[in-house]
Design a protein around this ligand. Structure first.
Ligand code: TIU
Length: 234
């Protein structure tokens, strides 16, 4: 059993029944030219979450922790895009329109795909989701159940939107989630702070908050430092 210092209290997990959930690290959110910028945001704060998330991803791969990625986006014919989502914001450029990285938030386009720093490797499922939450209209719950997963460690963007929605959905389905504060990013510093406060308030009303260093220290203590890079444990 691994133990991680976290708030509101220690997060305990068995690496064999825990998944690392990498939420929506897509060019459309992280880089200029995508959906994030089309909504009027400066995307640069999201880049700060990438280096620690990359370190956590590497540590989990080396420890044999199951890794799963998500992407928010829609079918090229936009048949799964609610009209309300298409027109929300009254922007000049909206989902499905052509941007500098292809059609915005459309599956198969460059901007929709995951940034290279945390790109999935073989054996790591990628869940394509039409909504903010990763459980809505996806097979994420089925995959986690098949793998016997009961705990989630969460990285991704953005903190108060897709990360929050997914952690709330996970909580209602009986999963324990640890959100790593330096591995999640928001366009708004105030939302980043408050979103993390909300998760851990009221005794951890829908999860735990830790950080990459404390998580990796707990993981190392549980699986040992001797694990050769790339080797699966157990
Ligand atoms: N706009 C914003 O903050 N986020 C999203 O639209 N999607 C995700 O958070 N992935």
């Amino acid at each position: 059993m691994a133990r991680v210092e976290a708030e509101p209290y220690e997060f305990e997990f068995d690496p064999q029944t825990t998944a690392l959930l990498m939420i929506d690290f897509q060019r459309d959110f992280v880089y200029p030219g995508g959906f994030g910028e089309a909504l009027g945001n400066d995307t640069s704060p999201l880049l700060d979450a990438l280096p620690p998330a990359e370190r956590v991803l590497k540590a989990c791969r080396e420890a044999g922790v199951f890794v799963i990625h998500t992407r928010e986006g829609h079918r090229p014919d936009l048949s799964d895009l609610p009209p309300a989502k298409k027109i929300r914001g009254r922007g000049a450029t909206t989902i499905g329109d052509v941007g500098p990285m292809g059609r915005i938030l459309v599956r198969g386009e460059l901007g929709h795909d995951i940034v290279e720093e945390v790109y999935p490797i073989d054996g790591e499922p990628v869940v394509d989701k039409p909504g903010k939450g990763a459980f809505y209209a996806t097979d994420l719950d089925a995959i986690l159940k098949m793998k016997g997963i009961s705990k989630l460690v969460v990285c991704g963007v953005t903190t108060e939107v897709c990360v929050h929605t997914t952690v709330r959905e996970a909580n209602d389905r009986g999963y324990d989630a640890l959100v790593l504060s330096d591995c999640v990013g928001s366009y708004f510093p105030e939302f980043q702070r408050v979103a993390l406060e909300m998760i851990k308030a009221q005794g951890g009303i829908f999860g735990w908050v830790g950080d990459s260093e404390r998580f990796m220290a707990g993981l190392r203590a549980a699986v040992g430092d001797a694990t050769p890079a790339g080797a699966a444990v157990g």
